[in-house]
Design a protein around this ligand. Structure first.
Ligand SMILES: C[S@@+](CC[C@H](N)C(=O)[O-])C[C@H]1O[C@@H](n2cnc3c(N)ncnc32)[C@H](O)[C@@H]1O
Length: 200
């Protein structure tokens, strides 16, 4: 259920970053929520793509809230430590790997650099509680999570995302998910080849 890997669906991640960037120019704080982040690979991929496109100073304004049900209380410490075995990092382009990972001390283990780790705030959170964790998000990413919910639950969770987004904020799901038709008045689909939506 927590299946995830680095640089998964990079196409959607690059599209969402490209859409969000023009809307956040000049902001002193930019909030992102990765809902259902599992052990962190998707979350750190998003952070790396933002860092690459924003540059060092812009990236310092980014705050990423990472949440997961984390049933076994294991993801929080993994996400916070940002340490992963080399075999999980093999998809990462060489130059990116050298820039954002450093040897951890244990052979075969690498740690995400601190300037990325300190942008992340992990919290244990059940999406089905329908309690938003914050507001004014420029981007909410919820990939490969909603498929586990009923149609009704999906509608309620996506409505919560709508309320948590800043005006004109973006919401992204995995390629295989579609927006329930009941919510079509809330979001506008912004590209044909990814499930990326802008709050109306
Ligand atoms: C397949 S993983 C997806 C990880 C990541 N988003 C990705 O696409 O690579 C699904 C995650 O959803 C989380 N999840 C399932 N039900 C949840 C709920 N009610 N609230 C929060 N997270 C939940 C699971 O714990 C799991 O980590």
């Amino acid at each position: 259920m927590a299946f995830t890997f680095f640089f998964r669906d990079l196409h959607t991640i690059e599209l969402m970053v490209n859409h969000v960037l023009p809307t956040i120019a000049g902001r002193s704080v930019v909030r992102i929520w990765d809902a259902g982040c599992a052990m962190g690979p998707e979350l750190y991929t998003i952070a790396i793509v933002f860092s690459e496109k924003m540059g060092y100073f812009g990236f310092k304004n980014l705050k990423i809230d990472a949440t997961d049900l984390d049933e076994n209380n294991t993801f929080g410490s993994i996400v916070t430590a940002g340490v992963y075995p080399a075999e999980e990092l093999s998809r990462i382009p060489r130059e990116i790997f050298k820039k954002y990972f450093e040897p951890e001390g244990t052979p075969g283990q690498f740690r995400i650099i601190e300037s990325l780790r300190n942008r992340i705030n992990f919290r244990k959170h059940d999406l089905l509680s329908l309690n938003p964790i914050g507001s004014e998000y420029s981007l909410i990413v919820c990939k490969n999570v909603l498929l586990h919910f009923t149609h009704e639950e999906r509608i309620n969770v996506i409505k919560m995302y709508y309320d948590s987004l800043a005006p004109g904020g973006y919401f992204a799901m995995e390629q295989t998910q579609t927006l329930p038709s009941e919510l079509s008045s809330l979001f506008e689909k912004v590209v044909s080849d990814a499930q990326l939506f802008k709050k109306k």
